[in-house]
Design a protein around this ligand. Structure first.
Ligand code: PLP
Length: 407
């Protein structure tokens, strides 16, 4: 008699992560057949020729023999001190090394902190579009995502009134992704102040994904939430993956700020969950001090002449020249989230489009609906390729959309 098939967790059927999903699998299949793809699906700097800065590489290489043992579950003391000092400099209240958690990327800490926080049926206010790990981790930790809209017509900036209207007795936290993936929006201080006031009125935890904090273009500014939040419990997430182009090292951190009494058992819960997984990757932890105390290597990439700045310019100019596309030019982060408009948008389905673009033009983008939006006429590209490659990508996109418009 044959074995009954293994059953997996039922709630997985609600989880999607299409950045590495079916389309990416199909791209690999085509590649294996000898087709050369331009893949714009993952914000993976190393895949586009970026290297982690040399002083970070040296910080690990020079101490490789010290990296064998496990560290404390919250991370190496010196690394935590550097993170706490970085936050104190920003004005984050009560940022002490004891309240810093180092993880295997921000990804692990998003999951760990939601696991520490949520009981079945608890609600988390998430941006739409979101970085889809936030939805996935909420669902897999038995919570319920409730989305506040960041609409293209408002520059992808949320409305504090809408956020407040969505608060229910089950709401536990407000998640902010700023600068935002996938939209590139960077939120103004006044807006963040209003959102903090909502959290204060309803006693909600603020969870601020600030992994793109110093990837900013033109006159965009970044305002960290924790200093505004003051005594309110706030978790601020940052890491080495993007600003320091070291995503393979898997280094992220979360800083718990605000009045320690107000954060209740959260510290203990995160410490316990951290202890169960022993510690974060140790070699990567040795680069943290060097990253936070060393030279700024990201700003030169984000100013005119810099690779990311010129990539963003290539996308903005390609969209401006297109008959079918519209774009809220990203103020920060590593992505653009264009909209298909006009005749090409009639009956448009973002998944069908992404598949057709892959099959006929060898370009891989992520359909907008993968980011939990209620509309289907957007797609995401990363700004990491060479500017000329991005111009070529948009020429190919235009060819497909020309066909759509003529149908
Ligand atoms: N948060 C956001 C908004 C991201 O875009 C990403 C990765 O793309 C992450 C978190 C996870 O980053 P990591 O786990 O590499 O620190």
């Amino acid at each position: 008699m044959s074995q009954p098939p293994v059953k997996t967790r039922e709630r997985l059927s609600e989880v999607r992560y299409e950045i590495r999903g079916e389309l990416a699998r199909r791209a690999r299949e085509l590649e294996a057949q000898g087709r050369k793809q331009i893949k714009l699906n993952i914000g993976n700097p190393g895949a586009f020729g970026f290297r982690a800065p040399e002083h970070l590489q040296r910080a690990i290489a020079g101490r490789i023999e010290q990296t064998d043992p496990y560290t404390h579950q919250q991370g190496l003391p010196a690394a935590r001190e550097a993170i706490a000092a970085f936050h104190r400099q920003r004005g984050t209240p009560n940022a002490a090394p004891e309240r810093v958690f180092v993880g295997n990327g921000v990804s692990e800490l998003i999951d760990l902190s939601l696991r520490a926080l949520l009981n079945p049926g608890d609600e988390v206010l998430l941006p739409s579009p979101d970085y889809p790990l936030w939805s996935a981790a909420t669902i897999l930790n038995d919570g319920r995502p409730v989305y506040y809209q960041c609409k293209p017509e408002n520059g992808f900036v949320p409305s504090p009134e809408e956020i407040e209207a969505l608060v229910s007795p089950r709401t536990r936290a407000i998640v902010l992704i700023n600068p935002n993936n996938p939209t590139g929006a960077a939120y103004p201080r006044e807006l963040l102040e209003q959102i903090v006031a909502v959290a204060q009125r309803h006693r909600l935890l603020l969870m601020c994904d600030e992994i793109y904090d110093s990837i900013l273009y033109d006159d965009a500014t970044f305002t960290p939430v924790a200093p505004i939040a003051g005594d309110l419990p706030c978790l601020s997430f940052g890491g080495l993956s993007k600003v320091h182009r070291a995503c393979g090292w898997r280094v992220g951190w979360a800083v718990l700020s605000g009045d320690p009494l107000a954060s209740g058992d959260l510290h203990h819960a995160m410490d316990l969950l951290g202890a169960l997984r022993l510690c974060a990757n140790v070699p990567g932890q040795f680069a943290i001090e060097a990253a936070l105390n060393g030279e700024d290597t990201i700003t030169p990439l984000c100013v005119p002449g810099g690779r990311l700045y010129e990539a963003r310019r290539a996308v903005a100019e390609s969209v401006a020249a297109s008959r079918h596309l519209d774009l809220v030019t990203p103020a920060g982060a590593l992505y653009a989230f264009p909209a298909v408009t006009g005749d090409a948008a009639i009956g448009f389905d973002d998944h069908r489009f992404a598949l057709e673009l892959l099959e006929t033009e060898d370009v891989l983008v992520v359909p907008g609906s993968s980011f939990n939006v209620p509309y289907r006429n957007h797609f995401r590209v990363t700004l990491l390729p060479q500017p000329d490659d991005l111009r070529e990508v948009f020429r190919r996109i235009e060819r497909v959309l020309d066909r759509y418009a003529e149908r």
